[in-house]
Design a protein around this ligand. Structure first.
Ligand SMILES: CC(C)(COP(=O)(O)OP(=O)(O)OC[C@H]1O[C@@H](n2cnc3c(N)ncnc32)[C@H](O)[C@@H]1OP(=O)(O)O)[C@@H](O)C(=O)NCCC(=O)NCCS
Length: 160
């Protein structure tokens, strides 16, 4: 298997990202319009940073997005295609967001994760995120609670 490569997400990635989005977030998928609006704020001076992972054939196999406003960063989304999970790609995408938050001098990086998603929570814990609260019924219409997690003082991860 050729290692996936990370690159900035562009508007033409929205369709393949939506295919993954609908499969990976069946209960709370974002719409195309949300991705268009997120990408519209990724230019110079923008508050968003979006990355895709592409395989050797150029197919999108993962994606992740960051919002950075002032000293606060938020992980907007992160996802890896089912057949690519468990090989470290989620960690590479998250490392990319943490590094960008550090470059933007965010004092903290926050995220919401479904309470019923222990796998994603473990990934965040490995990066030093700590649980700081619960948002009841955050995910609708499924009415699932969100765990809020925070990483203080994000730093550019050292290579290796
Ligand atoms: C959460 C998600 C992004 C993680 O992506 P991933 O690519 O599977 O993440 P990683 O491979 O970096 O880590 C996941 C597991 O694989 C293991 N792993 C990492 N590299 C590995 C390797 N080379 N070989 C074997 N296992 C490996 C990790 O130890 C980890 O194990 P754990 O879950 O038991 O702790 C992915 O599962 C996903 O897209 N889920 C659906 C969408 C979702 O829930 N997104 C999060 C919303 S908040």
């Amino acid at each position: 298997m050729t290692a996936a490569r990370l690159r900035p997400m562009r508007w033409w990635d929205i369709e393949p990202v939506m295919e993954l989005e609908l499969r990976l977030f069946p209960e709370d998928a974002w719409s195309r319009g949300m991705y268009w609006s997120e990408l519209a704020d990724t230019g110079p001076g923008g508050t968003r940073h979006y990355t895709v992972a592409v395989d050797g054939d150029g197919a999108v196999v993962g994606y992740a997005g960051l919002m950075a406003v002032g000293a606060e960063g938020d992980v907007q989304t992160i996802a890896v295609a089912e057949d690519q999970q468990g090989a470290g790609l989620g960690a590479r995408l998250l490392a990319d967001l943490v590094a960008e938050a550090a470059r933007r001098q965010c004092a903290e990086l926050l995220l919401e994760v479904r309470m019923d998603n222990p796998r994603a929570q473990r990934l965040y814990e490995r990066f030093g995120f700590e649980p700081v609260g619960i948002r009841r019924g955050y995910y609708q219409p499924a009415n699932v609670d969100a765990l809020v997690m925070r990483l203080d003082n994000p730093k550019e991860p050292a290579d290796g």
